[in-house]
Design a protein around this ligand. Structure first.
Ligand code: OGA
Ligand code: MN
Length: 284
């Protein structure tokens, strides 16, 4: 069975059909891996994978990054353990609110993520989409002088910083604020380890830039974010239960879109570790 790859029409992303991810042979995997490097975001409608099959698919991309409670796959959901919907001022909902800001996964960790796999299980009747943006195309669209300037800059990525901007004070050891000390320092232009394509490496966790005062850094970073996160460099997916997506955190930004929290939303997320040779912080 041959894959069908339909580019989204934005500068990133493709929808792939005519494949069963639960029964992936090596030849088909190579086609998916090539499409992943080209499109950076792949959406597979109506796969309805079991937790085990999602994990096996994620492992094709590399080693799993364990997020919490030693679980390889975590639920992103507004439903609590007791089955009731969570309050907006609960700790978990504040973590989820952060996902509505443009970000790339684990940039605030000493080792940033390679990729993320996300599947839809319960979706609200409206809203709750996921949107992705293409910092490769954004870099390409900048003029040479700006590209040269940005290539010499680095930025600190801090979970404490990004949540504090939302009014959410995170303590060391809480949420994803795992460590004390200097936050990870990362280049502002990341060269993709497999394709060698440069991309802006930004997002809500990035705040300070060494050698620049904080206001100037925030202004530059927010201008780069607005420039990146607009058409034709964005793509939004309206989830149906059973859909699964994978994106490349080394060169893609993403965010969750709002929805009515009186409705349930359940997404399952599996994260793939970065390569220590290319995804380690400069100060790690
Ligand atoms: C994620 C994420 C957004 C969403 O899975 O890393 O940010 O739409 N998800 O739930
Ligand atoms: Mn995320």
């Amino acid at each position: 069975m041959a894959l069908t790859i339909q580019p989204t029409g934005a500068t990133l992303g493709a929808t792939i059909t005519d494949v069963d991810l639960a029964a992936l042979d090596d030849a088909t995997w190579i086609e998916i891996k090539d499409a992943f490097n080209e499109y950076a975001l792949l959406i597979f409608p109506a796969q309805a994978l079991s937790a085990r099959a999602q994990l096996a698919f994620a492992k094709r991309f590399g080693e799993i990054e364990i997020l919490n409670e030693n679980m390889p796959t975590i639920a992103l959901t507004n439903k609590g353990e007791d089955g009731a919907l969570l309050d907006d001022d609960s700790f978990r909902m504040k973590l989820l609110a952060g996902n509505e800001g443009w970000h790339t996964d684990s940039s605030y960790m000493p080792l940033s993520a390679k990729a993320s796999v996300l599947s839809a299980h319960v979706v609200p009747s409206s809203g709750g989409h996921t949107e992705w943006a293409d910092p490769r195309a954004a870099y390409d669209a900048l003029d040479q002088a700006m590209q040269d300037r940005l290539r010499d800059l680095t930025a600190y990525h801090s979970y404490f910083y990004s949540q504090a901007k939302l009014g959410h004070e995170v303590a060391v050891g809480e949420g994803y604020g795992f460590f004390e000390g200097e936050p990870p320092l990362r280049p502002l232009v990341k060269v993709h380890p497999e394709t060698a394509r440069p991309a802006l490496y930004i997002g809500r966790h990035a705040g300070q830039i060494p050698g620049m005062d904080d206001d100037a850094a925030e202004k530059l970073l927010s201008e780069l974010m607005s420039f990146t996160c607009q058409p034709p460099r964005t793509f939004m997916h309206n989830w149906a239960p059973g859909d699964i997506a994978v994106w490349d955190n080394r060169c893609v930004l993403h965010r969750a879109r709002p929805y009515d929290h009186r409705e349930e939303r359940v997404m399952m997320h599996t994260r793939i570790k970065g390569d220590p040779a290319t995804e380690s912080a400069l100060n790690a």
